[in-house]
Design a protein around this ligand. Structure first.
Ligand code: ATP
Ligand code: MG
Length: 440
């Protein structure tokens, strides 16, 4: 049977779902945000089908507070827009509705059939219809295009039941991550699913089903084909979810880390253990702690730490050719960043921030002069945090750490008074000029 025939067979396969009624599951409307409920109810009242789907259903069933809510419906994008004033349609290939409630966005998508149906002629003939390459369908088409079984559970607002076509409930109970369909095809179809697999196993402490696990190393190279902007978005989700260290270990285990941070991977493989490993462990554990305590983590700082190991080597290489540490650090920073952005595209404000944090490492060495200027630098705090991580990971920097720790306690006064003095001087200059003007 050809691949196309096989795919047609899958799409024709009408599987009866398992319906878990309200009394047999733990999802209550209390756990669903008011905005998501509003969207679900308005669709239902307009006689459309409406389900909560994806991460939110999975998270509530796992006893975790969802971070966002996705809704799926049989209403088409224009019909959704007619129902909500606060609605924006996004995406060209697949149009989605974003419904905005203050800061919260509820993403509403129309049931779609999976890619392979749209690739064949089937999509035209079956109940779905094509609009701008979109094959609309029903819930029993939509379920097959989803990635993992635990992400393909639908909460029905009509009767509060959970609809499970793929054994997602059982996999949640087993703590198992399993791709829907043939894993090899699903990874080839969208290699980012390999990164999503790592994110979910790390975050939820899941086992991977062997058939979902085995092809990853073999297909890891496919990540090279993913647009660098999409990899950047995925990288943030991987490292800012509070489980960065576990995620990093798994990414390396499955040969995926190299496609995100090739320069760091090179240093890590060249040194089986020691400083680079210690440093990245401390940095990512520190990031996880910050996230757990509700503190922000700036992507620029994250970048400065993940790239620190190769950066350190690069600084040494440049040091022999130029005379100042600062110059060597700047040149090394340029080289590291320009190589990095061929893997992941990173917004310029964050690459600038990483560069500033690195350059400050050189300025932090100069304890004899102008410390107030360093203290007043907007990136001082981040640079100090990097210095702490370096010391903690074995660099002989304890004296420097002690100096800047004390300096921060004392210097704000000095810094402020110097700034005040300077301001006074500027003001008096201005006054003198003004009075001269008046005199004229
Ligand atoms: P979280 O939002 O917690 O990161 P999520 O599972 O909700 O996890 P989203 O990226 O919000 O992830 O996607 C919503 C749903 O869309 C997923 O649960 C899954 O059903 C489907 N989905 C997302 N990305 C893919 C993909 N690359 N391939 C197939 N299905 C996907
Ligand atoms: Mg989500």
């Amino acid at each position: 049977m050809t691949e196309l025939e096989e795919n047609k067979k899958i799409s024709r396969l009408k599987v009866a779902p398992k319906i878990i009624s309200r009394s047999d599951h733990i999802i209550s409307r209390m756990q669903i945000s008011d905005s998501a409920l509003k969207v679900l109810y308005r669709l239902k009242n307009a006689k459309y089908k409406a389900y909560l789907v994806g991460g939110a259903v999975r998270d509530i069933l796992l006893g975790i507070k969802p971070k966002d809510f996705d809704v799926v419906t049989d209403a088409e994008p224009e019909q959704i827009r007619e129902l909500f004033r606060n609605c924006r349609l996004i995406g060209r290939r697949f149009r989605l509705a974003h419904i905005q409630f203050g800061k919260e966005i509820i993403e509403v998508s129309t049931f779609r059939a999976s890619h392979h149906i749209s690739d064949s002629n089937e999509g035209h003939e079956r109940e779905g219809r094509i609009i701008r390459d979109n094959v609309y369908g029903d819930i029993d088409d939509d379920v097959w295009r989803r990635d993992f079984t635990i992400n393909a559970l639908f909460y029905n607002i009509n009767d509060f039941s959970v609809v499970d076509y793929v054994g997602g409930i059982e996999d949640l109970e087993l703590g198992q991550l399993r791709l829907i369909g043939d894993p090899k095809k699903r990874y080839v179809e969208d290699p980012v699913r390999m990164l999503r697999a790592i994110r979910f196993i790390s975050k939820f402490d899941l086992n991977v089903h062997p058939l979902t696990e085995n092809p990853i190393i073999q297909f890891s190279y496919l990540l090279e084909t993913i647009p660098t902007a999409r990899l950047y978005e995925e990288m943030l989700k991987l490292f800012l979810n509070g489980f960065a260290f576990k995620t990093y270990i798994s990414l390396r285990k499955y040969d995926l880390f190299i496609y995100l941070f090739p320069q760091t991977e090179q240093v890590l493989t060249q040194n089986k253990k020691g400083y680079p490993h210690e440093f990245i462990k401390n940095a990512l554990k520190n990031t996880d702690q910050r996230v757990k305590h509700g503190k922000s983590v700036n992507p620029g700082f994250l970048l400065a730490t993940i790239l620190w190991a190769p950066m350190r080597i690069m600084i040494e290489e440049y040091s022999s050719n130029v005379h100042s540490d600062i110059e060597a650090t700047k040149l090394a920073g340029d080289a590291i960043i320009s190589k990095q952005i061929s893997s992941i595209s990173i917004p310029r404000r964050f690459t600038h921030m990483a560069r500033d944090i690195w350059t400050l490492q050189a300025r932090l060495k100069q304890t004899k002069r102008k410390s107030y200027r360093v203290l007043m630098h907007p990136r001082f705090r981040a640079a100090y945090d990097l210095l702490l991580l370096r010391a903690q990971s074995g660099e002989p920097l304890n004296d420097l750490v002690e100096y800047w720790t004390k300096e921060q306690l004392q210097e704000p006064q000095i810094g402020k008074s110097k700034i005040k003095t300077r301001q006074k001087r500027n003001n008096s200059n201005r006054n003198t000029k003004n009075s001269k003007k008046k005199d004229l």
